[in-house]
Design a protein around this ligand. Structure first.
Ligand SMILES: [Zn+2]
Length: 342
């Protein structure tokens, strides 16, 4: 560590839990932050200020004005410049700490590219907003023996958990498959408290730092759930599923695409079709009530049509959807997970 580093990190080196050795180890670590929205911006901000060695940021979205209340690395200028989140984050983070190596990837995370973006990575931190990508991260991390930290927030509550291959159950031990589309609430339908996001993202970072510095964690194997509004905080142990498709049967259904949704471009129509892997019977009345505050919505017994801004989503009973007003797979998946849930 050079003189500048000692000065910059002085107050965290003073912590018995970190010390010079912990700081050095953090500086030699490479981390992938998957998704740079609400959770991701807080995680990246924490990691870069604390002095991680290399940070890879992967995100497929552009910044919108309704991101600014909680996505702490972005401002009005970024909205006006129509910048991708990964790029705007990189610009900001370089000013915060130029000694951290940053690789910004403007991309959808999918089964074809995830292993490559995890090359040389010591830990993956979840900043995504959808279950499908989390199951893909779980597959990739358990196949490469890399820890990953889960975090999620909706409304005023959140949770986090450190998945460590060889030490803890995996995501599929907890829930064999992702919830069906339309089954879960999203921040775009029920809202989200920015302070709850900061808590979850900061605790995710803390768990990652404990692993990267080799300090271990008393929370390993425990899921923590909290409500930032009520001040409630509970943790509970998770058990390995004796029949887990991944840990026991050795299947990587998301990494080999078997359980990933399929996206197809509909030629000449400026539209994409999304066919979720998990079929369901959507409850249009409930979905319509949830979407009412986000745009205009109408449905009959076969199809629900929702529009917000330039985007129009037509979703069928079995959750197959046509998304208009998007040009590529990433934007289509983004719109689907934002409003319907993936
Ligand atoms: Zn498992």
């Amino acid at each position: 560590m050079n003189h500048n580093d000692v000065e910059r990190y002085r107050k965290q080196i003073l912590l018995e839990k970190i010390g010079e050795d912990g700081q050095r180890r953090l500086g030699e670590s490479k981390v992938l932050v998957a998704g740079c929205g609400a959770l991701g911006t807080v995680i990246c901000n924490n990691l870069v200020r604390m002095g991680v060695g290399t940070l890879v940021i992967a995100d497929r979205d552009f910044i919108e004005r309704d991101n600014l209340h909680r996505q702490i690395l972005f401002d009005e200028d970024d909205v006006a410049a129509n910048l991708p989140k990964a790029i705007a984050a990189e610009n900001k983070l370089r000013k915060i700490n130029p000694s951290v190596k940053i690789e910004a990837l403007v991309t959808d995370i999918n089964s074809k590219n995830i292993k490559e973006m995890m090359s040389g990575v010591n830990c993956v931190i979840d900043g995504t907003d959808n279950f499908e990508t989390r199951y893909l991260i779980n597959d990739a991390c358990y196949s490469l023996n890399i820890p990953w930290i889960y975090g999620g927030v909706t409304g005023t509550s959140g949770m986090f958990y450190a998945f460590v291959p060889g030490k803890t159950p995996c995501l599929r031990c907890l829930m064999n498959e992702p919830p069906a589309p339309g089954e879960t609430e999203t921040c775009d339908t029920v809202g989200v408290l920015p302070t709850a996001v900061s808590v979850a993202a900061s605790m995710e970072t803390t768990e990652a730092v404990k692993i990267l510095t080799g300090r271990g964690s008393e929370l390993i194997g425990k899921m923590v759930r909290f409500n930032a509004w009520d001040g409630l905080w509970v943790s509970f142990g998770l058990k390995k599923d004796d029949n887990c498709p991944l840990c026991v049967q050795g299947r990587y259904d998301f990494l080999d695409s078997r359980l990933m949704s399929k996206t197809v471009s509909l030629c000449g129509r400026n539209a994409m079709q999304i066919n979720p892997a998990k079929k369901t019977e959507l409850d249009f009345a409930a979905l319509s009530a949830r979407l009412a505050s986000s745009g205009s919505v109408d449905y009959n017994e076969y199809m629900l049509k929702f529009s917000a801004g330039d985007i129009e989503i037509s979703v069928f009973k079995d959750s197959r959807a046509i998304i208009k007003g998007v040009n590529d797979e990433a934007a289509a998946k983004s719109a689907f997970s934002k409003y319907i849930g993936l």
